[in-house]
Design a protein around this ligand. Structure first.
Ligand code: FAD
Length: 282
């Protein structure tokens, strides 16, 4: 009998659990560990911020879903993995101590490295979890004039919610007859649409932004945020009355100090196997 341990209850962990439960015979034990018992459908967070859906519409209870698939679910915080001993240390939660495994699926997602941007925590909104999206939604509801700056920091790797937010805000203001009272600016370290690696996407975006009078400022790598302005390292600045930023991302810290990560993420081969250890797949 093999013990398969899956860390993380997001898309990666849940799909891995489902597939393994379908393909492995009953003698093998599959366990999923995640800090929250709720799966969140991240692509709907912009809709949540704009009041188009509710918290309960975009999440489901993992424990029930996993039970149906004969996967044990443990709600707990993973502290670190030990790939030599093949054990995972749990910081706190429904179990304590170390969980042994024969095979490990590492799907803890990314960590928000907000500490890399001075003042981010105090002065910027983001919408990368349910609570933050709802908080940003309240700020939008109270925002009727001034300048909204929406953007991504270096290393954010998530452009879609930036454009989606800018378009949703423009639409909301148009519907409320407030569009001419608000200037909307997208800031990015990169050129328009370059994140998508397709020049046609860039052109289409450019047209749509112009249509909705949304400015795009490229080559703007934000390094510091104060109450009403964002700054780059070269001293450029932009003022705002409302700021929503995608922070830099980094790999989850539980895999650090095992010699399996580069600066930010786990090193994997073409089949997503972790390079240098047996039985570990992110
Ligand atoms: C607003 C938004 C819009 C998006 N839109 C799209 C889109 O349109 N199309 C698309 O393809 N992708 C989109 N994405 C990206 C997509 O959601 C991610 O790529 C995907 O969620 C990554 O899945 P994951 O399982 O790797 O990580 P995650 O979804 O981040 O899951 C990680 C899981 O691990 C848990 N966890 C983390 N650390 C610990 C710990 N120490 N202990 C225990 N549990 C822990 C977390 O609670 C979480 O359950 C969007 C993301 C956002 C935020």
């Amino acid at each position: 009998m093999a013990k398969v341990l899956i860390l993380g209850g997001g898309f990666g962990g849940v799909v891995a659990a489902k597939r393994l439960a379908e393909q492995l015979s009953d003698e093998h034990q599959i366990t999923l560990v995640s800090r929250s018992r709720y799966f969140v459908f991240y692509p709907a967070l912009v809709r949540l911020a704009f009041g188009k859906c509710q918290r309960e519409d975009i999440s489901f209870d993992l424990r029930h879903a996993m039970l149906d698939r004969r996967v044990n679910f443990i709600e707990a915080e993973v502290a670190r993995i030990d790939t030599y001993e093949r054990k995972v240390s749990i910081a706190h939660g429904e179990v304590e101590g170390k969980l042994p495994y024969d095979y490990l699926v590492f799907a803890l997602g990314r960590r928000l490295a907000t500490e890399r941007i001075s003042g981010f925590y105090e002065h910027a909104h983001h919408l990368l979890n349910v609570d933050k999206a709802i908080k940003f939604g309240k700020a939008i509801a109270n925002f009727h004039e001034g300048r909204a700056v929406i953007g991504q920091c270096v290393g954010a790797r998530l452009p879609i919610p930036v454009y989606e937010t800018a378009f949703a805000l423009a639409k909301r203001l148009e519907e409320n007859d407030e569009r001419d009272r608000v200037r909307i600016t997208i800031v990015s370290p990169d050129a328009i649409g370059s994140e998508f690696g397709d020049s046609d996407v860039g052109l289409t975006l450019q047209k749509a932004l112009q249509q909705h009078q949304i400015e795009f400022v490229s080559g703007f790598p934000i390094e510091k945020v104060t109450e009403h302005a964002a700054f780059t390292s070269s001293g450029q600045s932009i003022n705002f009355d409302l700021l929503m930023l995608m922070p830099p991302f980094q790999g989850a810290s539980a895999a650090l100090y095992q010699g399996i990560t580069n600066e930010a993420y786990i090193n994997v081969d073409w089949s997503m196997r972790v390079i240098g250890v047996q039985g570990c797949t992110p």
